[in-house]
Design a protein. Structure first.
Length: 64
C-alpha cells in the first residue's frame, strides 16, 4: 500500500511558516532535517520546487 505524505498540509509546518521562532516551529525545522517521510516528500519534487523549498527552510542538503 503506497501511502502519501501529508508534509504539504502539516500543521507543524504551517506553524513554522507563520512563526519560525516559536517552539513548535523550531521543533518542526529540526524534525524536517532528519525525517525519512519529509526526505521522501522533498526528493520526490521536481528540482526547481525542491531547491526553492530547501532554500526556504534552510535545508542545504536538499538544495543541491
Amino acid at each position: 500500500m503506497d501511502k502519501k505524505h501529508n508534509c504539504e498540509n502539516c500543521g507543524f509546518r504551517a506553524r513554522y511558516d507563520n512563526k519560525p521562532e516559536s517552539l513548535i516551529g523550531r521543533i518542526w525545522r529540526w524534525h524536517a532535517g532528519w525525517c525519512p517521510g519529509f526526505k521522501k516528500y522533498i526528493t520526490s519534487m521536481p528540482d526547481e520546487e525542491r531547491i526553492e523549498l530547501a532554500q526556504r527552510y534552510r535545508l542545504k542538503k536538499y538544495a543541491a
